[in-house]
Design a protein around this ligand. Structure first.
Ligand code: SF4
Length: 257
């Protein structure tokens, strides 16, 4: 796959065909999400249409056969038990969970009560997948990872990134609960973080936005001269100052940068 761009998403998921048999490679209760969501019962679905060089679940997440078959009936029962014992949400992530539309619909249908589902996505889903999940997903957490197409292509091997993800954000903002995240990457503050904030302020003013700064290089980023390091403290301070001046409902994972 080296050097090739990936195709954005999900014709197979739309058809309800090839991805009907989802696999999952982790599931557990997590306190790592934002306070308004924690604790969540996380289910990691296998397969991703991005190849982010810093991915912390690579390469396991790339193989859609990783882990075990995701049985909707069994997992719906586990979700119910997790909610009964204190989890506030069921967080579907991956990989890219929207690739598994049939499984998500089956999971929701198999549950004895409505599941508070979070779809934690890279934002690359198709309009038809988005429509099919309306009323099924409680909250959409979308990672707006890149501020321009060139960085998306170089870091995640994704073409035409912004058009796809921003059109989904606009559509979700109209009538769904939307929460946008951005992971601050070393060397990408002015090319990615600031354009992301600017776009949100211009198009979705007041949006719920969470800045993650605890970047740790993983996978191919370990040997990358730009991405193979932590965020400098000065960059975190500048990012927080930039956000403080923006018209967004924002939070961050640092108390004092
Ligand atoms: S979108 Fe997420 S799971 Fe997929 S490669 Fe990027 S970081 Fe990894």
């Amino acid at each position: 796959m080296r050097g090739k761009s990936l195709q954005l998403p999900t014709v197979r998921a739309e058809s309800g065909g090839t991805h009907a048999c989802a696999h999952h490679f982790h599931r557990y209760i997590s306190y790592a999400d934002e306070p308004e969501f924690s604790p969540t019962f996380r289910i990691y679905l296998s397969g991703c249409n991005f190849r982010c060089s810093f991915c912390n679940v690579a390469p396991t997440c790339f193989d859609r056969w990783s882990g075990s078959p995701a049985d909707a009936t069994i997992l719906a029962r586990e979700c119910g038990a997790a909610l009964d014992t204190g989890a506030r949400f069921v967080n579907l992530l991956g990989g890219e969970p929207s690739l598994h539309l049939p499984f998500i619909l089956q999971l929701a249908a198999a549950a004895r009560r409505p599941l508070p589902l979070i779809l934690n996505s890279n934002g690359s889903f198709s309009p038809s997948t988005r429509s099919a999940l309306r009323g099924v997903i409680h909250t959409w957490i979308v990672d707006l990872k890149f501020g321009n197409d060139d960085c998306a292509r170089r870091v995640a091997r994704v073409p035409a990134y912004l058009a796809t993800v921003t059109s989904n954000l606009l559509a979700l903002h109209a009538d769904q609960r939307l929460h946008v995240r951005h992971l601050l990457m070393p060397g990408h503050r002015t090319c990615c973080f600031e354009p992301v904030v600017n776009w949100l302020v211009q198009h979705i003013p007041g949006a719920r936005f969470h800045l993650m700064t605890a970047y740790v290089p993983q996978w191919r980023a370990l040997t990358d001269p730009v991405l193979g390091r932590l965020n400098p403290r000065a960059d975190i301070r500048r990012a927080c100052a930039y956000l403080a001046a923006a018209n967004l409902d924002w939070s961050t994972d640092v108390q004092a940068a």
